[in-house]
Design a protein around this ligand. Structure first.
Ligand SMILES: [Zn+2]
Ligand SMILES: [Zn+2]
Length: 367
């Protein structure tokens, strides 16, 4: 099962020319889950190899403007396209109040919108994974989110199966699925006899905006990937304390204590470019990356090499430069060059708007 993270926006508080505001797309098999939706997120999706797919679920970490202002515009775009697929937005308490205001911005929708408020420990369970909210320390109603996969069956021991007299064929599959199977000689073989110990599923943790907090450390323990903010460098520790943000140093110390495999730092203040943040963090926790917009982290199983950063992995396959349509409605008539969008996305079928495939100021990231 493929699992990856597409970084759509990696700047904190204000965008820069190179970095958009918070937005990360989690892809697992054919599922698509967006975490945060800062201003510009829909365009980042359009510019990426993913396309503006009909996301069924969006998780918001908190209601500072740099994490949700992209949502009304995206919801409106979906309505203009005549979307019918229902959409659920999850967030910490305050979500319904926020939408009381936002509804006046996006107006009527063509699809069902459900709002679900989650507190620490609340979660959403699926067949083989769960997403759970946990508390963070950012001075406002805010959640982090952890995705846990169920443990996987152990490795199938082919030699053991053969030596027990299991004939090659469908019985192997049943044993792998945990069943006991009868043999022609009247005896039976149980799955425990041919499977190794269960193997852990993967765990991906989004801390959202927070100072380095004990609750995040607990949630992140042994995670394959921890996505943590590093709004500041250690030189700005006082400012980080004041605004309840993390520094590269405190985030790296937390990742080290939690024993994560890979730390991905994001939400950089616009005073930083990235290399200084990654250097600072790696001096404490070497397995750190600072993704740029359109980078991907491929969360491979440990036996396949573990998580890795794919630089520019979601950059559009084609340069921008789209055919004109006369009224700008997005009604294609002709399909945009670069076509298709994310081929794994079941919601994309029939979607006319697929993938299109292309100094600093004084503000300092205090949100
Ligand atoms: Zn923020
Ligand atoms: Zn914030």
């Amino acid at each position: 099962m493929d699992l990856d993270l597409v970084f759509l926006g990696t700047s904190g508080s204000v965008p820069t020319a190179k970095r958009g505001l918070a937005g990360t797309l989690l892809r697992r098999g054919g599922e698509r889950i967006l975490v945060d939706c800062g201003e510009g997120t829909q365009r980042q999706l359009l510019r990426s190899s993913v396309g503006l797919v009909e996301l069924p679920e969006i998780f918001l970490t908190h209601y500072h403007a740099d994490h949700y202002l992209g949502l009304p515009g995206m919801l409106k775009t979906f309505a203009l396209r005549g979307r019918e697929v229902p959409l659920t937005v999850y967030g910490p308490p305050g979500l319904k109040d926020l939408f009381g205001i936002l509804r006046r911005v996006f107006g009527r929708l063509s699809y069902e919108l459900t709002l679900v408020e989650l507190g620490p420990g609340d979660g959403v369970g699926r067949a083989d994974y769960r997403i759970e909210a946990f508390g963070v320390e950012h001075g406002v109603s805010a959640n982090g989110y952890a995705l846990f996969e169920e443990a996987r069956p152990g490795r199938f021991d082919l030699e053991a199966a053969k030596s027990l007299g299991v004939p090659e064929g469908p019985l192997f599959g049943r044993l792998q699925a945990g069943e006991s199977v009868p043999l022609p000689d009247g005896t039976s073989v149980s799955s425990e006899q041919v499977l190794g110990p269960p193997r852990a599923g993967r765990k991906v943790v989004f801390a959202g905006d927070t100072r380095a907090a004990g609750s995040v450390l607990e949630a992140a323990r042994d995670a394959d990937v921890l996505v943590h903010e590093a709004t500041f460098s250690v030189e700005e520790q006082a400012r980080a304390d004041e605004t309840l943000h993390a520094t590269a140093t405190t985030a790296a110390e937390l990742a080290k204590a939690a024993g994560v495999r890979l730390l991905a730092l994001t939400h950089l203040s616009n005073r930083y470019f990235g290399p200084e943040i990654v250097r600072e963090a790696r001096s404490i926790f070497p397995e750190t990356v600072v993704p740029r917009d359109f980078d991907i982290i491929d969360v491979r199983f440990p036996e396949r090499g573990g998580p890795r950063l794919l630089k520019g992995g979601a950059l559009g396959r084609h340069e921008e430069g789209e055919p004109h349509d006369k009224d700008g409605s997005g009604d294609p008539g002709e399909r945009p060059r670069g076509g298709g969008g994310d081929p794994d996305d079941p919601a994309l079928r029939g979607d006319p708007v697929g993938a299109r495939v292309g100094r600093r100021d004084a503000s300092d990231g205090a949100r």
